[in-house]
Design a protein around this ligand. Structure first.
Ligand SMILES: Cc1ncc(COP(=O)(O)O)c(C=O)c1O
Length: 371
């Protein structure tokens, strides 16, 4: 191709997406395939959401509300912050993009964990910046908060901390967060990505939004893609000081969140009891996984999210392939920067049970040396 491509394109990290259900059905001639790879909510959204957005389909000839007024009001009530401290995006991904567009210039950098959610690096590079990567602690795969603060230099504009973390599922302690907030330079924006916040056990949740009232350089990100079960509609949001939100509002396109997504999010917020139900169910399922893995002596990382990292050793690609043949899509750790693990999204109880039966078969086969 003779067309000139922008320099940053060749520096973008490659995102290896999870395999699709249709692809695996076709490849292995299967009727049923379960996707336990992208941390979606396999219970689906609250039924009321589906019922009500169906009614709204007849209005899709109109542009959406460019200021998502209704959504802002609902979120304002939920979080106890004024509506002008909230911005929404086409998924949290887009809010991350807006942050990088608005606060990073060529030659500046962002501090991120390694590995972490790949999208941070992608948008930092797209904005002409670079990333300073701070490895997770090797024993427990937690973020090294002290190390991340220590990695800051005069060109650092952003720090991304993910609570709980993806791909490890680990949280950070209240003390660590306090330390981070207390030592955060005023000229740096701390981006706290809480995509899995609702899955954190209540006693371990950090009230990050409380810090925003006293600090104007923290933004908290949440999404409707995970526990609310709306990943396909693409809607997430950020909460920060009004001045930060004003800047993001100036950068974003007017109709960045479609009308069906806005409506679905509003209905989901009117049925918030669903969140606790899903959290409690997923917690039960995780406990079943831990018990099972303990029994067969397979390692794992305890998770604050709806996924678990299972330590399968050097042969994680083999395990992933064997699971695919039986209709279970999971993510190989190699694609996420944590070789030797597979990342498994908790599904519904019946699917999880089938998964564990199949996993057991693969494990036995491996122990028997048939691989
Ligand atoms: C840590 C983290 N942040 C953000 C997202 C993206 O969320 P959204 O679907 O709202 O763009 C994900 C999705 O996997 C995630 O794991």
């Amino acid at each position: 191709m003779k067309i000139k491509v922008n320099k940053f394109v060749s520096r973008l990290p490659e995102y290896v997406p999870g395999r699709t259900i249709e692809e695996i059905k076709k490849k292995y001639g299967l009727d049923t395939v379960y996707k336990m790879a992208s941390n979606e909510n396999l219970y689906g959204p609250h039924p009321e959401v589906i019922r009500k957005i169906a009614g709204d389909l007849k209005k899709i000839n109109y542009y959406p509300d460019s200021n998502f007024v209704q959504l802002r009001e609902k979120l304002s009530l939920k979080h106890g912050v004024p509506p002008d401290m909230i911005v929404a995006g086409n998924g949290t991904d887009q809010v991350i993009e807006l942050i990088c567009d608005a606060f990073l210039e060529t030659g500046e950098n962002a501090v991120i964990a390694d590995p972490t959610f790949l999208i941070y690096e992608k948008y930092v590079i797209k904005s002409g910046g670079s990333v300073i990567k701070v490895p997770l602690f090797s024993d427990n795969l937690c973020q090294d908060i002290g190390g991340m603060l220590g990695a800051v230099n005069e060109r650092t504009r952003l720090i991304f901390v993910t609570i709980p973390h993806n791909p490890s599922g680990t949280g950070i302690t209240q003390d660590e967060f306090d330390y981070l907030a207390a030592n955060l330079p005023e000229r740096i924006l701390l981006v706290v990505d809480e995509a899995y916040h609702e899955y954190v056990p209540p006693e371990e949740k950090i009230k990050t939004i409380d810090y925003i009232t006293s600090k104007d350089n923290i933004i908290t990100l949440r999404t409707f893609s995970k526990v609310y079960g709306l990943a396909g509609l693409r809607i997430g949001y950020g909460i920060a000081n009004k001045e930060v939100i004003d800047v993001l509002d100036r950068v974003r396109l007017p109709f960045n969140v479609n009308s069906i997504a806005q409506k679905a999010a509003v209905i989901a917020l009117e049925n918030e009891d669903y969140v606790e139900r899903i959290r409690a169910d997923i917690e039960k399922e995780k406990q079943k996984f831990y018990g099972f893995l303990d029994e067969i002596n397979v390692g794992y990382i305890r998770s604050h999210t709806n996924f678990i990292l299972i330590k399968v050793g050097r042969d994680s690609k083999y395990t992933v392939e064997e699971l695919l043949k039986k209709g279970f899509i999971v993510r190989p750790g190699e694609n996420l920067g944590i070789p030797g693990y597979i990342r498994v999204t908790m599904a519904t109880p019946g699917i999880n049970k089938n998964f564990l039966d199949v996993f057991m078969g693969i494990h036995r086969k491996k122990l028997g040396g048939e691989q």
